[in-house]
Design a protein around this ligand. Structure first.
Ligand SMILES: [Cu+2]
Length: 175
């Protein structure tokens, strides 16, 4: 990367830092969809496979307050996300993901790890490390341990631009 490109990137990052702060990375999210689960309280493991652009299974059913270990596998050819949240949380996160694409953090089937770890100032970065989600390259697999709230309008969704819109989300049903 040459110097002028670096300068342009620096400006773009500082402009988007405020938007990031206003989004789900600003904290407090998860309050309505549950909370990070403890491994010792895992009641069940659910394997979720991600394809271009859908999940298998398409929906899940949990008990109120249940802690579930999700083993998430990306079997597609594109970068995909597994994110547990309300429709509003997904909408906000989609704006952040749009910025990640605009800044080259997400490039089709690749993630630019260097850029994700770059400090944008004010303690913000494009790290994708929220406890309610994983963002995976093709072939990658990671776990999410999540304790669901008692009930609510909760979906698991991929917020990579265009994916949610093409149907890459599923309902969390409560028993
Ligand atoms: Cu996706």
């Amino acid at each position: 990367m040459n110097v002028s490109k670096l300068l342009v990137a620096g400006v773009a990052f500082s402009m988007s830092a405020g938007a990031f702060a206003a989004g789900v990375h600003g904290g407090g999210h998860g309050a309505s969809s549950g909370e990070p689960g403890k491994a010792s309280e895992v009641a069940r493991t659910i394997t979720v496979e991600m394809y271009d652009n859908y999940y298998e299974p398409e929906e899940i059913t949990v008990k109120p307050g249940e802690t579930v270990r999700f083993v998430v596998e990306n079997k597609g050819n594109l970068v995909h996300e597994f994110n547990v949240g309300t429709p509003d949380m997904h909408k906000a996160h989609q704006e952040e993901m749009m910025m990640m694409v605009e800044h080259g953090v997400i490039q089709g089937g690749k993630l630019n790890q260097d850029m994700m770890n770059m400090d944008m100032g004010n303690g913000h970065s494009m790290k994708h490390d929220d406890p309610n989600s994983v963002l995976l390259e093709p072939g990658q697999s990671k776990e999410v341990v999540w304790k669901f709230s008692d009930k609510g309008n909760i979906e698991f969704a991929c917020n990579v631009p265009g994916h949610y819109q093409s149907g890459m989300y599923g309902d969390v049903n409560f028993e």
